[in-house]
Design a protein around this ligand. Structure first.
Ligand code: ITT
Length: 178
């Protein structure tokens, strides 16, 4: 059994659909360090959650962000701060006022079990568009990959190409071999 420390239900839906292991959601709010690297945040989150919570079952966390090329990767690691304050419509508007609409989602799964701390990264490239679709969560409606936004895909379709799907794939492969 794995304990998935997150307050984000969208992440839990995607991980549960992807992983064979039983995943128990744990809503523990670890204080995220101000860091430019998702790896650092995910490793810290997994390690401190394992230390703070009772129990021996391994912990996983997932730190993700939307990196917009024309803004030099902003909001990136600050995506969770920007989403409720600026709003995804405004993020799209600001990006579409520029010439370059390219963006990438990154996700890093962090794992800790008291002995080992590991991170697994996934990335997907796309471009920013005006919001379309009502699936997914977060920035999904403004991120187009191929012809569709992530909010126009179902969970399996998104997992097949997404940053989180790639990170979960690497993690699952490593975890199975342990
Ligand atoms: P936890 O830290 O509790 O796991 P969170 O939502 O705060 O949940 P992050 O810091 O990783 O998680 O999230 C960064 C932001 O990016 C946040 O606004 C998310 O909604 C958004 N986000 C993360 N993954 C996403 C995805 O697959 N599609 C769209 N938006 C995503």
């Amino acid at each position: 059994m794995l304990r998935y420390v997150t307050g984000n239900e969208g992440k839990i839906r995607e991980a549960t659909e992807y992983l064979d292991e039983v995943v128990e959601p744990v809503d523990y709010d670890y204080l995220e360090p101000q860091a430019d690297s998702l790896e650092e945040i995910a490793a810290y989150g997994a390690e401190t959650s394992f230390a703070a919570l009772e129990g021996d079952e391994p912990i996983m966390v997932d730190d993700a962000g939307l990196f917009i090329a024309t803004f030099d990767g902003f909001p990136g690691p600050y995506s969770a701060y920007v989403e409720p304050r600026l709003g995804i419509e405004r993020v799209a508007e600001l990006t579409l006022a520029e010439a370059d609409h390219r963006a990438a989602f990154h996700a890093v799964v962090g794992y800790a079990d008291g002995q080992t701390v590991e991170t697994f990264e996934g990335k997907v490239r796309g471009r920013i568009v005006n919001p379309r679709g009502d699936g997914g969560f977060g920035y999904d409606p403004i991120f187009e990959h191929g012809e569709r936004t992530f909010a126009e895909m179902d969970i399996a379709e998104k997992n097949a190409v997404s940053h989180r799907g790639r990170a979960l794939e690497k993690f699952a492969e490593w975890y199975r071999q342990r």
